[in-house]
Design a protein around this ligand. Structure first.
Ligand code: LMR
Length: 399
């Protein structure tokens, strides 16, 4: 059977990391996968994480299974981070969270649940969206359609067309929204736009699924949750898939969550029982370590403060790199106005580079960025900025 197969195409994002590792050229630059690097180009373990791990090593007494949905303490910690302390949804118990192995697993469980239990047929994703979204949803049997999102002319949100498209989505379909730091564009709705999006989604009877993978990397841990929190309005249903890969640097531990918001506590419990069945059929129950780290940090005032400081440092460095990127491109004479890059949020910059330019950067300069022109700003350093901008100016043409 295997002999008849042709090779699957490399993954649009993680395939780049594999190709980068094999590239023997010195001075190669990896701005592909959304992974944070410090100014020395290293992806270090957070110091709050190291401390939590040390405590876990000392205190952990069993490797017995976790419950299908993970630990209760983890769920409570996730809910507080997502929705803030004492929020109505938490207080009224119409919320339930499962610890999932990463945001991707949370999305897949959500998709399976929506298709098999919710009997949904179609999901609408932004154009563009994370390269993995369509394949995760298609694997669950959902049809994937797109709604307009990005305006290439203004390099901003095409809000009018987005809203109009939402108003035309058939009732009962699902919409996927990016909670903050939109991947790949870095363009987010403003809070008043979020309100209108939520109202349109509710008015149409469209089901909201929110992918929340970058909390804290845009404007702040609280600020970045503002859009998501609107969807927790009393009596409303939603699913939220969150990831701690970036904001805890726990990429390889695979840790995230799937949160169910029901109109009532009873509804939430019913839905959650099916989420658990879906998990059991997928991966049975979650791996403990990553979730235990997050739970340990978020429950300990001192560790939590240290972690918050580390998230702030990451956000600040990304912002600095955005500004330096804009300045250096200008200094290198790159054609065009790049000031929009400083306005984008989170790890990514949607550069406007086309396929030929992306290919030329990789082939001629050993610079790896995602097809479509997404650049991981969090991979830029003061040392690689000059050669990077020189190369980009070269492939773009100079003014
Ligand atoms: C990305 O978009 O680069 C990250 O979310 C990593 C991944 O899994 O694709």
């Amino acid at each position: 059977m295997f002999h008849e197969l042709s090779m699957a195409p490399p993954d649009a994002i993680l395939g780049l990391t594999e190709a980068f590792k094999k590239d023997p050229r010195p001075g190669k630059i990896n701005l592909g996968a959304g992974v944070y690097q410090n100014d020395q180009g290293q992806t270090r373990v957070f110091s709050s994480v190291k401390k939590a791990e040390a405590a876990l090593l000392k205190e952990e007494t069993t490797k017995n299974y976790l419950p299908i949905h993970g630990s209760e303490g983890y769920a409570a910690a996730v809910q507080e981070l997502l929705f803030g302390e004492g929020r109505e949804a938490v207080a009224s118990g119409r919320i339930a969270t499962a610890h999932a192995p990463g945001g991707t697993a949370a999305l897949r469980v959500a998709a399976d649940f929506l298709k098999k239990v919710g009997q949904r047929e179609r999901i609408w994703v932004s154009d563009p969206t994370w390269a993995n979204h369509p394949q995760v949803f298609a694997a669950a049997g959902l049809q994937v359609s797109t709604y307009p999102y990005y305006d290439a002319a203004t390099k901003g949100l095409d809000f009018g067309r987005m809203l109009q498209a939402i108003q035309e989505i058939p009732a009962g379909d699902v919409i996927l929204l990016h909670g903050c730091c939109h991947n790949p564009t870095g363009v987010d709705p403003a809070l008043d736009q979020w309100k209108r999006i939520a109202e349109a989604v509710w008015a149409r009877g469209v089901f909201p699924l929110i992918d929340f993978a970058y909390q804290g990397l845009g404007d702040g841990l609280e600020e970045d949750a503002a859009g998501v929190r609107l969807f927790a309005a009393p009596g409303r249903e939603a699913l939220i898939a969150n990831s701690f890969s970036k904001n805890f640097g726990l990429y390889r531990e695979r840790v995230g969550g799937l949160t169910v918001l029901g109109a009532t506590s009873e509804d939430a419990q019913k839905a959650f029982s099916h989420v658990k069945t879906t998990i059991r059929a997928n991966y049975s129950n979650p791996p403990s370590h990553g979730g235990a780290i997050v739970e340990t940090i978020l429950k300990d005032t001192q560790l939590k403060a240290e972690w918050q400081g580390e998230v702030t440092a990451i956000r600040d460095r990304i912002r600095q790199m955005r500004r330096l990127f804009v300045e250096t491109l200008k200094a290198k004479g790159a054609k065009g106005d790049f000031s929009f890059i400083a306005r984008q949020k989170g790890m990514f910059s949607f550069s406007g580079l086309g396929k030929e330019q992306v290919d030329a950067l990789r082939e001629r300069h050993a610079i790896y960025i995602v097809g479509g022109g997404r650049i991981n700003v969090a991979g830029m350093t003061r040392a690689n900025m000059e050669p990077l901008c020189q190369a980009i100016a070269g492939v773009m043409g100079k003014s």
